[in-house]
Design a protein around this ligand. Structure first.
Ligand SMILES: Nc1ncnc2c1ncn2[C@@H]1O[C@H](COP(=O)(O)OP(=O)(O)O)[C@@H](O)[C@H]1O
Ligand SMILES: [Mg+2]
Length: 238
């Protein structure tokens, strides 16, 4: 299988505050991979280090056979990497359409309009509100806008940080399904998700982080069927 992302023995954090301690993680092309782990264990930091917005102290990050260690976020976007942050992921005082245009800053006007048409067909909820301010949207609609904005740049790999946090069960399910559907468009997904069971059920593989390290990785199905993992990381057996 072809690797899209290979992270080798990375350590990182914020300034002198070390959070990650020697993480290895691989994502293969077209996979859906979920990272779970307790609050504060470094999941968001891990994604931020890959995206070049938290500090990398050591290790290598390879994307599509290219070393992207130390490359800035805007250049990573041009290479096809998307990142949907957990918070502050839309511009509240801009309209839906303006937010989407911001996602295509490196594209021509014609390309942007074409891409906006394509994402509207995926997220019909926001298609109906092109001139609404992002701040007026519901939590679920905002999340759809955040994902759509990243899709405008035509990424082949997207990292999601808790995309369903604080959403109602209805939107939670819908957003996860939409993310899972992205694979049909050839997009590879790495996701950090609180709703671990639902996310693992859609995943090929999973990783468990604890204290800035990987403590387990296996097929998602195995993780869902493992009593210990269920008890300690998935909120009880089921
Ligand atoms: N900007 C920051 N500066 C210093 N420490 C931070 C910063 N952001 C997060 N942290 C700390 O890093 C640790 C890991 O946080 P985070 O990666 O957000 O965990 P998770 O996403 O797994 O809940 C936490 O102890 C958190 O307080
Ligand atoms: Mg987090």
């Amino acid at each position: 299988m072809e690797k899209i992302l290979e992270v080798k023995n990375i350590s990182g954090g914020y300034g002198s505050v070390q959070i990650l301690n020697g993480i290895d993680l691989t994502v293969y092309k077209s996979e859906f991979v979920t990272i779970i782990g307790p609050n504060g264990c470094g999941k968001s930091t891990f994604i931020k280090v890959i995206f070049g917005i938290a500090n990398l102290y050591q290790g290598d990050i390879i994307y599509k056979n290219e070393d992207i260690t130390g490359i800035r976020a805007d250049s990573l976007v041009k290479k096809g990497i998307g990142y949907v942050p957990q918070i502050d992921n839309v511009f509240p005082s801009l309209t839906v359409e303006e937010n989407l245009q911001m996602g295509g800053l490196n594209l021509s006007r014609i390309e942007i309009d074409e891409r906006i048409g394509q994402v509207y067909d995926i997220f019909l909820n926001i298609k109906q509100k092109p001139y609404h301010l992002a701040e007026s949207l519901s939590g679920g609609e905002r999340q759809m806008l955040a994902i759509s904005r990243v899709l405008i740049s035509n990424p082949s790999f997207i990292m999601f940080d808790e995309p369903t946090a604080a959403l109602s069960p209805k939107f939670r399910e819908m957003i996860l399904e939409k993310i899972s559907d992205l694979r049909k468009m050839g997009i590879t997904v790495l996701i950090v998700e609180q709703n671990a069971r639902a996310s693992l059920a859609m995943s090929d593989r999973g990783y468990i982080f604890s204290n800035g390290k990987v403590v387990h990785t296996s097929d998602a199905g195995n993780m869902l069927n493992d009593d210990d993992i269920g008890k300690y990381f998935l909120g009880g057996t089921q």
